[in-house]
Design a protein around this ligand. Structure first.
Ligand SMILES: NC(=O)c1ccc[n+]([C@@H]2O[C@H](COP(=O)([O-])OP(=O)(O)OC[C@H]3O[C@@H](n4cnc5c(N)ncnc54)[C@H](O)[C@@H]3O)[C@@H](O)[C@H]2O)c1
Length: 455
């Protein structure tokens, strides 16, 4: 590295003298800031949300995967701080941008958070800084959007400052893989940019995978998430097929998974959720469309996965029909409203779609979810505010139907089965299903439900 700024930053990363900044302290930003602080850097988190900043300041975590003790210890050592004052960006040497990348209602990318974050860095940009974008986005965002905002300052990328893209691959709730042991793909605008960004991550992450450009790194993340969306779409379609054919899709997938090569199991469910899989592939299809390319797999998977909550409504209707009850006026309990097992994240959760669909059909709704104490009605059309119901206290048959939407480890599935006259299990979570259980993608036992009605 002949460049003086690059050499000096490299050295201060190596010796941990560099001051590290993380913009956006959510599911991605907070774990990353904690890892940098743990690696010995003086780390500052920036967020617009004063509650998050106050929590960190008080040594508390608000993300399940980050223990409060870790935040408290790093605070006590003076290695981690947080602020809403973006002027403090003047005092950091590196900035990782971890802000949201949602879709607009039209399914177009909403890059306003990235633009706002890049602009707040640009006005404080000084020679020798390294900026890394981590938010998931379409290929070209770093070069076409962030780079011009930063270069408007007159500083030149690759000689005055350094810019890279490195996708976050965190899997909230995963006990085995976390920020530290998931390999980090890094693509810089120049080779110095890649080397400096890699040098930063090497301090906190076990394996670094350098690639030739930000575009490649952006595309890597979208390939990974599109791969999941498409395969989940495929297995959801197989589940619908198995329902028609009277075959148990869960048995089929688990037997297929014994093949030691060429197959990887994906599981059907009530629909996609979270801030990644339902959204990211549409960033890619939007970008492809700009070049006249139709991303057909993405659109098809989106249609199949998006229709799954409607299929669950039909299962609830069928289960109630089996005991001669209409959906209208029936008491329905959703078990699990977060989008996946053992997390508190309700963004894009298919449970919200199901609540809207069941409410529109006149069902009387409740939910139980130990990870989500309250569910504001503004999250679905004409929604009503709901609060978590304790299942332990319920007499048998309290609900006409219980719908298992999320397979949380904390659920007592015997109690859930007891709480519902009938049960729809969308996750194959109930290991000893009684005759009142209808499983998504499982064979229909209509005689079983009929016998309950006549019992
Ligand atoms: N959640 C995941 O599992 C996951 C996994 C991999 C990648 N990602 C990607 O990472 C990015 C962040 O996702 P997340 O789940 O952490 O989102 P999040 O909503 O949990 O956190 C984003 C944070 O950014 C803050 N913010 C918004 N605008 C800001 C600004 N201008 N300046 C400073 N802070 C600002 C918000 O207040 C929020 O605290 C997204 O692009 C997402 O697709 C998420």
């Amino acid at each position: 590295m002949a460049n003086l700024h690059a050499e000096s930053l490299y050295e201060s990363l190596r010796t941990r003298r560099a001051r590290v900044g993380v913009v956006g302290l959510g599911y991605v930003g907070l774990p990353l800031a904690v890892e940098f602080a743990r690696a010995g850097f003086s780390t500052t988190g920036f967020d617009l949300d004063a509650d998050k900043v106050r929590a960190i300041y008080a040594g508390k975590s608000y993300i399940d995967d980050v223990p409060t003790k870790d935040v408290a210890d790093l605070r006590a050592k003076g290695l981690l701080t947080a602020t809403t004052d973006f002027d403090a960006l003047k005092d950091v040497d590196t900035v990782n941008i971890c802000v949201p990348t949602p879709l607009r209602k039209t399914k177009d990318p909403d890059l306003s958070f990235i633009v706002a974050a890049a602009e707040s860095v640009a006005v404080r940009l000084r020679p020798g800084m390294l900026i890394v974008l981590e938010s998931t986005t379409y290929p070209g965002t770093t070069d076409e959007l962030v780079l011009p905002i930063l270069q408007r300052t007159g500083l030149v990328c690759g000689s005055d400052f350094f810019l890279a893209f490195s996708p976050e691959r965190i899997d909230p709730g995963n006990r085995k893989f976390h920020t530290r042991n998931v390999p980090k793909v890094v693509g810089g605008v120049t080779s110095d940019c890649t080397r400096l960004a890699s040098a930063l991550y090497e301090t906190a992450i076990e394996t670094i995978v350098p690639v030739s450009s930000p575009r490649v790194a952006e595309m890597v993340k979208l390939l990974e998430n599109t791969f999941r969306a498409v395969n989940i779409g495929l297995v959801n379609e197989i589940a619908l097929m198995c329902d028609r054919l009277g075959i148990d899709v869960w048995e089929v997938v688990s037997a297929a998974a014994t093949k030691p090569f060429g197959f990887m199991p994906f599981y059907p469910g009530p629909g996609l959720g979270g801030h990644c899989i339902p959204i990211d592939p549409f960033y890619l299809s939007w970008k492809a469309k700009q070049s006249g390319f139709e991303a057909r797999f993405i659109e098809l998977a989106g249609a199949v996965n998006g229709a799954m909550p409607h299929y669950v409504v039909s299962l609830v209707g069928d289960a109630l029909n089996g005991i001669r009850l209409p959906l209208n006026g029936s008491r329905v309990l959703l078990a699990g409203v977060s989008y996946k097992r053992d997390v508190d994240d309700i963004r894009e959760s298919p449970a919200l779609d199901l609540l809207a669909l069941l409410q529109a059909r006149g069902a009387i709704l409740d939910y139980t979810d130990p990870h989500v104490p309250m569910l504001p009605g503004r999250l679905w059309p004409n929604g009503i505010n709901l609060e978590h119901v304790e299942v332990e206290a319920l007499p048998a048959g309290s609900y006409d139907c219980v719908v298992v939407m999320t397979d949380h480890a904390a659920f007592d599935y015997d109690l859930l089965q007891r709480a519902g006259k009938v049960v729809v299990d969308t996750r194959n979570a109930i290991k000893n299903p009684g005759p009142n259980v209808l499983r998504l993608g499982g064979p229909r036992c209509s005689q079983a439900l009929e016998s309950l009605a006549t019992a």
